[in-house]
Design a protein around this ligand. Structure first.
Ligand SMILES: [Zn+2]
Length: 154
């Protein structure tokens, strides 16, 4: 799928295979939230982001209404990923909202600042993917932090 934010001229592309993988991993932790790191690459002009891979955290704290991952234990996986995929970088994070909609909570917005200020995951425009799901529905909400504001990809 390809999504855009006309206002800031950014677009995002990702594939069903990855999204299904995230959903399967997320649902395995029902009724708690679950998530991980998003990896990908930017087009030459930095206007289009391709999300291609995930790294699943080893240490995290989760409840039905919160998810907090740690970078502890995945340092080696990041190093290996970068050496195998020289074009690809860390681009953001994903997590689920079980039995709920993919709307960022106040905690989610605070977590973005943690990302920006972190040593390992510091990037200026992190993407946030929230997967809201129930027994019968799935809704993917993609957001990007751009100039101190969170924008939704439509
Ligand atoms: Zn959330």
């Amino acid at each position: 799928m390809i999504l855009r934010i006309e206002k800031i001229g950014l677009s995002l592309e990702t594939g069903d295979e990855l999204l299904n993988k995230l959903l399967v991993n997320g649902k395995a932790h029902y009724p708690k939230e679950f998530g991980g790191f998003l990896m990908g690459y930017y087009s030459g002009d930095n206007k289009c982001l391709h999300i291609t891979d995930t790294i699943i955290p080893k240490e995290y704290q989760a409840s039905k209404y919160s998810f907090e991952r740690s970078t502890t234990g995945v340092e080696k996986e990041f190093t290996e990923f970068y050496s195998e995929n020289p074009r690809k970088v860390y681009v953001g994070e994903w997590h689920t909202h079980p039995d709920s909609s993919p709307i960022p909570s106040t905690t989610d917005i605070c977590a973005i600042n943690t990302i920006i200020n972190s040593k390992i995951t510091s990037i200026p425009n992190p993407v946030l993917l929230i997967i809201g799901y129930s027994k019968t529905t799935v809704d993917f909400g993609f957001y990007v932090w751009f100039e101190n504001k969170l924008y939704k990809y439509e």
